[in-house]
Write a protein that binds this ligand. Structure first.
Ligand code: BG6
Length: 514
């Protein structure tokens, strides 16, 4: 019997007729070595790259093959001994050439290199497929896209261009970029990566919602009180202050990663699982969200504590009086029949007390409850670390007691699934590029709507208007002290019972005594 994996391999080979050249632009940079190459190796190792694949790294840095191979394999982790042979074989299919980002002659050299390689590999006609992965800073996006289109574009095979945020700084700059790229490549040729869409639990949201009758029916304002989507990182901007200071936490994480999660939680059921049907629904729900107001916002910046430097002490930060937020909580209101009145609270912060990304959906209290005081149900989708879906719910205390206690239905992936393999988000997304599936990529109109929601607020923050306050919070804390009251104001009850055991924590022996 053909397995699902074999079917996938067949699908990719058929889609690309067995051959592709993957060009990694910015091959000497951080994104390429930390994410792109390890993901390409993962795909190669699992037999997902077409039989006739060549990977060509391109960047300005002049380096020999040895140096290049050393760089791109730095972050590749080998699990087994025989992976070593796979890595050697992977190296054999990759090459590097250096060139400028703004000179046609450099791209002509690149094109010549690819053509020679195609010829050597016996690739003809419409099999000359090319994927251009732009692991590049936004300042060179357009000139590189032009260079590729005019000089390296495959005239007979398919062309796919992969780009990653930042897609502009606000509506205007993003629209400008979209127009420039759109003049060169068709929407179908462009893959805008938001790597959160490649995460296992984010991909699972649609299955949870639309394959379970129970959840499907409880998914609206009648049952749900509030939704929180939280991103916490336990480290500051160390080493990235230069980049971060221009963007801030809203542009860095909320406007893209968390908003993408929100759209999957809030959209209506698409008419099918094809990419355009899904993206149509995502755009529709984004159109129902009003621009976020400053009154619905809490901003913060971390200060030194616990032996760790504050944001302003970051050596890579130029503006030592910066007012860029490193923490933000913002509330989105979705004005449609399903969600009117339900706050979607998006929270993200650097230098917090833990690493965690989760969606927490809090249901209403039971009306006319027989068991007074029992806490609300909560459905939690833990995106990372330790992927899990759990539902906090109420249950009779086992044994002679009649007490109602809070417990949970817990699907912790690492306990439930044996031989669990969760691919890195980039691996899963590059696989989608090869399959020509756009479902997990951001469409141009989706991006436009996303910016509309955040641009007025961002401009206000950038201008430091009088009503913009940045609250300090300590490195390693839960965020600004005002956060607790902020979420409470929007209806969130933190009514966890004293004895409640959070999933994956040790069982409290006192619970078993009655
Ligand atoms: C990136 C942001 O897009 O996402 C980073 O620029 C952030 O600031 C990162 O750390 C988080 O990604 P992950 O996959 O580690 O949760």
């Amino acid at each position: 019997m053909t397995t699902a994996i074999e079917l996938l391999r067949e699908e990719i080979n058929k889609e690309l007729q067995g051959s592709v050249t993957i060009v990694v632009l910015g091959a000497s940079g951080d994104l390429a070595k930390k994410k792109t190459y390890p993901a390409l190796f993962g795909l190669y190792q699992n037999g997902f790259l077409p039989e006739n694949t060549r990977i060509v790294g391109y960047a300005r840095t002049k380096m020999d093959r040895e140096e290049y191979l050393k760089r791109i394999t730095q972050y590749i982790k080998l699990k087994k001994d025989d992976d070593k042979d796979k890595l050697e074989a992977f190296k054999e299919i990759t090459d590097y050439i250096s060139g400028q980002y703004d000179q046609d002659s450099s791209y002509q050299d690149l094109n010549q290199f690819i053509e020679q390689s195609e010829e050597k590999r016996g690739i003809e006609g419409d099999k000359k497929n090319r994927v251009f992965y732009m692991a590049l800073p936004p300042s060179v996006f357009v000139s590189v896209a032009k260079g590729l289109k005019y000089n390296v574009y495959s005239k007979e095979g398919s062309n796919r261009v992969v780009v990653e945020k930042p897609f502009g700084m606000d509506s205007e700059t993003s629209d400008h970029l979209a127009r420039e790229l759109g003049a060169l490549f068709t929407e179908n040729e462009i893959y805008r990566i938001d790597h959160y869409l490649g995460k296992e639990m984010v991909k699972n949201i649609m299955n949870l919602r639309f394959a379970n009758v129970l959840l499907g029916h409880a998914w609206d304002r009648t049952y749900i009180d509030n939704v929180q989507i939280t991103f916490k990182e336990p480290f500051g901007t160390e080493g990235r202050g230069g980049y971060f200071d221009e963007f801030g936490i809203i542009r860095d994480v909320i406007q893209n990663h968390l908003l993408q999660v929100l759209t999957l939680i809030a959209m209506e059921r698409p008419i099918s699982t094809d990419a355009e049907s899904i993206r149509d629904e995502k755009v529709k729900v984004l159109k129902c969200i009003e621009p976020i107001s400053i009154e619905d916002t809490l901003l913060g910046q971390y200060v030194a504590a616990n032996g760790k430097p504050g944001y302003l002490e970051d050596e890579t930060l130029k503006n030592k009086e910066s007012l860029t937020p490193t923490f933000a909580a913002v509330v989105c209101w979705i004005n449609n029949e399903r969600w009117e009145g339900v706050p979607f609270i998006l929270k993200a912060g650097k230098a917090l007390n833990e690493a965690k990304v989760e969606v927490r959906i809090q249901f209403h209290h039971v009306a006319g409850n027989l068991y007074k005081g029992s806490p609300r149900n909560e459905l939690v989708i833990r995106i990372q670390p330790k992927e899990a879906v759990y539902m906090k719910f109420n249950n009779k205390q086992p044994g002679l007691s009649y007490q109602t206690i809070q417990t949970d239905l817990d699907l912790s992936y690492h306990e439930r699934y044996t031989n669990l393999f969760i691919p890195d988000a980039y691996e899963s997304l590059i696989l989608d590029v090869l399959r020509n599936d756009h479902s997990n990529f951001v469409r141009d109109d989706e991006l436009e709507r996303a910016w509309k929601i955040f641009t007025p607020l961002l401009h206000k923050i950038d201008r430091h208007d009088d009503d913009v306050e940045i609250k300090p919070y300590e490195y390693g804390s839960r965020g600004p002290a005002e956060l607790k009251d902020f979420v409470k104001k929007y209806g969130y009850h933190r009514d966890t019972q004293v004895n409640y055991q959070w999933p994956q924590q040790n069982v409290n022996p006192s619970l078993n005594k009655l």
